[in-house]
Design a protein around this ligand. Structure first.
Ligand SMILES: [Fe+2]
Length: 355
């Protein structure tokens, strides 16, 4: 693992002579380009043939943090992801001003950028490793679109429906563009009155899209109902069970998983193992048990091979998940110890280090 100060830089903005900040690996795990290497025009041309558009560049002014090498597929995923977040930021800022949704542009984005992301090998792990800037809502919208699309795939949705579920994920919080920035960006805990305003984002989002004739009803219901809960405790209409549209159920699971595995103002992100455990507890209450079990049974497969930090400070690899959905897998520490966390309850996973 390298430790180097670096920042992301578009390949066209890189000047020969700059140093690579993070090692790039081949898919087989061999070093293709080592961190610290001086980038020449020839190397940059070669990187372009690998379709890499953003690179980590050494920059002494950036605060030092732990860096892990990336593979081509991770780097390609991060490239597409960064471009998509930039587009959503621009689009949502425009919707805030104009109060109209440029549906053709957003649909184009779903087909061109989100669809390839949901079909990427290792998609869930790549999402866990994305380095976010502060723009939570934009990252969250893209993540929910990707996770909803992946869950749609696991549920056997057809390609056209997959595009629509990604579109629902991307638009689920579009109503937040109509919430005053003083509330949306409030660093303090919201008051009850402010929370009521915030909750209006579901109906405000629906209103923004309800008269777009080419948008299917499934997308409109998905946006309106994504905070409804299976046991009737959600909003805005306190619907329950079958009254809630399938798309809203899929998006709500993607929404909860991403929110809990992400850093937010009042919440430090939880390791995916812990989030899965918490979702199991919700599975027979607020969430649809069938859709949630499909999600949890598939998402856990991505955790095998992850590097985690234990709460005694040691790093370890997840080597066996056990038969049940649990946040206590068998791990192998860097010093070669195998620990079954299900049996050794004195140790826990403190955080995910590398997915
Ligand atoms: Fe929401």
């Amino acid at each position: 693992m390298g430790k180097i100060n670096c920042r992301k830089c578009h390949i066209d903005a890189i000047i020969p002579g700059m140093k690579l900040g993070k090692t790039i690996l081949t898919e087989e795990g061999k070093v293709a380009l080592a961190e610290g290497i001086v980038l020449t025009s020839r190397i940059l041309d070669r990187l372009r043939t690998w379709n890499l558009t953003y690179l980590d560049i050494y920059d002494a002014s950036v605060e030092l943090e732990n860096q892990h090498p990336v593979t081509y597929s991770q780097q390609n995923f991060f490239d597409k992801y960064s471009g998509t977040v930039d587009f959503i930021k621009y689009t949502f800022d425009t919707i805030r001003l104009l109060k109209t949704v440029p549906i053709d542009d957003i649909r184009h984005l779903v087909g061109k950028a989100i669809d390839p992301l949901i079909h990427s090998v290792g998609v869930i792990n790549h999402l866990h490793m994305v380095q976010r800037q502060d723009d939570y809502t934009y990252h969250h919208s893209v993540n929910v679109a990707v996770i909803a699309g992946v869950l749609g795939k696991w549920l056997g949705l057809k390609e056209n429906e997959l595009l629509n579920i990604c579109l629902t994920g991307l638009l689920h919080d579009v109503g937040k563009t109509q919430i005053p920035l003083s509330i949306l960006n409030n660093p303090n805990r919201l008051t009850a009155a402010e929370m009521d305003v915030m909750r209006k984002h579901t109906t405000l989002g629906y209103r923004l899209i309800q008269n777009i004739p080419e948008l299917p009803l499934s997308v409109k219901y998905g946006v309106l109902q994504h905070h409804e809960r299976n046991n009737g405790t959600g909003y805005p209409l306190m619907l329950n069970g079958d009254q809630i549209h399938l798309f809203a159920k899929i998006v709500s699971i993607a929404d909860i998983y991403d929110a809990m595995t992400s850093d937010r103002i009042y919440h430090q992100k939880s390791p995916p193992f812990e989030v899965v455990e918490l979702m199991v507890k919700e599975m027979f209450g607020s969430l649809d048990p069938l859709i949630c079990s499909v999600f949890l049974n598939n998402v856990r497969d991505y955790f095998l091979g992850n590097t985690v930090a234990l709460d005694d400070g040691r790093e370890a690899e997840v080597v066996y998940l056990g038969h049940f959905i649990s946040c206590r897998p068998v791990v192998r520490t860097v010093d070669g110890d195998f620990i079954d966390l299900e049996k050794n309850k004195t140790l826990s996973i403190a955080k995910l280090v590398k997915a």
